[in-house]
Design a protein around this ligand. Sequence first.
Ligand code: SF4
Ligand code: SF4
Length: 216
Amino acid sequence: MARDLSNQQWHGIPRKEIPWYPTVDPEKCIGCELCFVTCGREVYEITPDKHHKARVVRPYNCMVGCSTCAMVCPTQAISFPNREMIWKLEREYKIFKLVHEEARVKKEKMNLAQSRENAEQQVAKAITRARFEVAGGFGEKRFLMQLKEFIANKPIDIVNVTMEVPTLQDTFREAPGYMRFEVTSTQQEDIQAYLEALRSLIKENQLVLIDETHLT
Ligand code: SF4
Ligand code: SF4
């Protein structure tokens, strides 16, 4: 079912008080149907016969000031009233106070949409969990102790710790071993600043960072 936009207002002016709509010259219309396809406001219908002529059936659905269909018509079969008529109405109805208010609301909506988009991008970029794989000498659990100090009083935790050393004795020596653990936010927040500090800690302990995978 076609929409009826004729009861709407144009910046406070009842739409039906503005005679802005297309007129088709049936003599010039070659039935290409371009106006019908182009108009998104269902102003036109096409005759059901073999000529496919365009007819204006919902004139007040037309957007005031739009003349797109006339621009694309290949035979200049479509005409509009003089634009002076719109300018006269704008002055008569003093619409600009309302237009400024509409502009303010529009800007607010655009800013809100932009803020929302920015916030969504921030959330999308956030990392809340990361897995580290390191190798080297963990020396008398020194690195483990440092990790414990590292997370103290921070909204992060270290979980799923796996350590592999060739022998038990090696745990207390500088013998090379392998360790995997995950750093996770305890508050579902971005932890990238902590990851940077953790990389430094790994480096300071002369361990090799084999891999760092961001899990969220
Ligand atoms: S675009 Fe012009 S020629 Fe084509 S159907 Fe519409 S009025 Fe007719
Ligand atoms: S001027 Fe615009 S809104 Fe009006 S009939 Fe043409 S395409 Fe549709």
